[in-house]
Structures are given as C-alpha cells and as structure tokens.
Design a protein around this ligand. Structure first.
Ligand code: SF4
Length: 63
C-alpha cells in the first residue's frame, strides 16, 4: 500500500500523531509528508485510521 497527501492538507498534525511511522510534519509545515515508499504491513491499520480521520480527506491510499 502507498500513501500520498494532497495539497488540501491543512497541517493539523493528526496523521502524524496517529501514524508517525508513515507521516511527518516537515519544518516548513505546509503539508504533511509521507516518509515511506510502501506502507509496511504492520502500519497499515494506523495509516488507514489517519486517512479516515483526516479532516479534509487529503490522504489517499492505493494498493
Ligand atoms: S490529518 Fe490531513 S490535514 Fe491533518 S496533517 Fe494529516 S494530511 Fe494534513
């Protein structure tokens, strides 16, 4: 599974709190950054949680 963040991100930080294995807030803090190419099996649950919880639906997951 791969994750991407589009530019509708409002940098609320929720995804970073829920799934820091996949998401990071860069110092510029404009939009969250995905720090892995493939989301590891063990992190897919929290990654989906982050995507579901994103207030602006900026996180997109593909298989
Ligand atoms: S939860 Fe959504 S809006 Fe918040 S930082 Fe992550 S991608 Fe951006």
């Amino acid at each position: 599974m791969k994750a991407t963040v589009d530019d509708s991100c409002i940098a609320c930080g929720l995804c970073v709190d829920v799934c820091p294995e996949v998401f990071k807030m860069p110092d510029s803090a404009e939009i969250a950054e995905v720090i892995v190419d493939e989301v590891p099996e063990a992190d897919q649950g929290t990654c989906r949680e982050a995507a579901d919880g994103c207030p602006v639906e900026a996180i997109h997951l593909t298989d």
